[in-house]
Design a binder for this molecule. Structure first.
Ligand code: CAA
Ligand code: NAD
Length: 313
């Protein structure tokens, strides 16, 4: 597959004559943990980006997440050049518009949603987006666990509908899962693979199945960690140490669950248990339910399996 950032001028000219248009203008709906990270990497790769949120407070939070992360990137990228490091975040932020106006999706080559993991909310959102865009716009979801065909169920543009599953923290995680449904066109798929590569990700493909590749393996592993702790086999700390030092994982299952968000993991599992009751890998551990009920959602809320200071871990 071609990397758009490395195509030759001749190839680019041929593409422009043949009507091929790559994606350079992106709207991200939902500027939380994931949407902010996606907006950041898209803008850093030169895209014009809109971040669309429900209120000013959420927009400010998104801008703060992106600014902080860009400053961390800059500190590494320009170790010996403090003036370049200082101007990096403002220069990338210039490429991002923060807005509550969903109407801005109109001119976008790609509209990607990263809102709450809820099927009805995602379907409703895409209904509105379809009314505001033409069929030159590709529609994509960053869902962790819902099948793309279900999100696209009421769409009139199923050939333009796909999954783009990023990983947290987006600026650091190299992977992007690109998911086609049976109705996604080859042209849509190719454009998304090219776009993913152009923003610096390594793209893999999986059928439109629950959890795609990573979450189908990762989430049942996190569940097994919690069940092991519930049985009293080992403490959370020892399980985390064991998986880091014995299996080479960067975080143990409890650190990772807190990092992803316990609410996100609970949503994923509840959906899978409901839709695939016969799959023994899909169970909701009681401790997970209890922590979420108590508002202990992990790093983002200040506590989960572990406690974090105000700034988070
Ligand atoms: N933005 C920019 N830079 C960052 C960053 C961020 N959000 N996070 C880390 N960095 C960079 C910084 O340069 C940082 O140095 P400073 O602290 O001096 O700024 C450097 O990385 C080291 O970071 P940390 O000391 O915090 O820790 P680390 O070396 O362990 O790296 C990590 C952090 C990359 C998150 C690593 O622990 C890791 O890979 N953890 C596993 C994450 C994972 O598995 N993610 C997938 C979750 S599943 C998912 O996302 C799918 C789903 O649908 C739920
Ligand atoms: P989050 O709670 O941090 O952010 C969601 C944001 O969407 C919130 O800021 C909320 O205000 C906003 N929002 C909700 N409805 C909206 C609407 N109609 N219009 C505009 N904004 C709206 O959640 P997150 O962790 O960023 O997850 C977002 C999506 O990405 C979910 O589908 C999740 O499953 C998926 N995902 C999460 C992770 C993770 O590690 N957290 C990883 C990969 C994928």
């Amino acid at each position: 597959m071609l990397n758009m950032s490395k195509t030759t001028p001749l190839l680019q000219t041929l593409r422009s004559f043949s009507g091929y248009r790559s994606i350079s203008n992106v709207s991200i709906i939902g500027g939380g943990l994931m949407g902010s990270g996606i907006a950041q990497v898209a803008a850093a790769a030169g895209n014009d980006v809109n971040v669309i949120e429900v209120n000013d407070k959420a927009l400010e939070k998104s801008k703060a997440i992106i600014t902080k992360s860009l400053e961390r990137v800059a500190k590494n990228k320009f170790k010996d050049d403090p003036s370049k490091a200082a101007s990096y975040a403002p220069s990338i932020l210039k490429k991002i518009s923060f807005t509550q106006d969903l109407g801005v999706v109109k001119g976008s080559g790609l509209v990607l949603e990263a809102i709450v993991e809820n099927l009805v909310a995602k379907q409703k959102l895409f209904k509105e987006v379809e009314l505001l865009t033409t069929d030159t716009t590709i529609l994509a979801s960053n869902t962790s666990s819902i099948q793309i065909k279900d999100i696209a169920l009421h769409s009139n543009r199923k050939d333009k509908f796909a999954g783009l599953h990023f990983f947290n923290p987006v600026p650091m995680m190299k992977l992007l899962e690109v998911i086609s449904t049976q109705e996604t066109s080859q042209d849509t798929y190719r454009k998304l693979m090219n776009w993913g590569q152009s923003i610096g990700k390594v793209c893999v493909t999986c059928k439109d199945t629950p959890g795609f590749i990573v979450n189908r393996l990762l989430v049942p592993y996190l569940v097994q960690g919690v069940l092991m702790y519930e049985r009293g086999d080992a403490s959370t700390t020892d399980i985390d140490i064991a998986m880091k030092l014995g299996a080479g994982y960067p975080m143990g299952p409890f650190e990772l669950a807190d990092y992803v968000g316990l609410d996100v993991i609970l949503f994923i599992l509840q959906g899978w248990v409901k839709n695939h009751p016969d799959n023994a890998s899909f169970v909701v551990p009681k401790t997970l339910e209890k922590l979420v009920q108590e508002g202990k959602l992990g790093v983002k809320s200040g506590s989960g399996f572990y406690n974090y200071d105000k700034k988070g871990k």
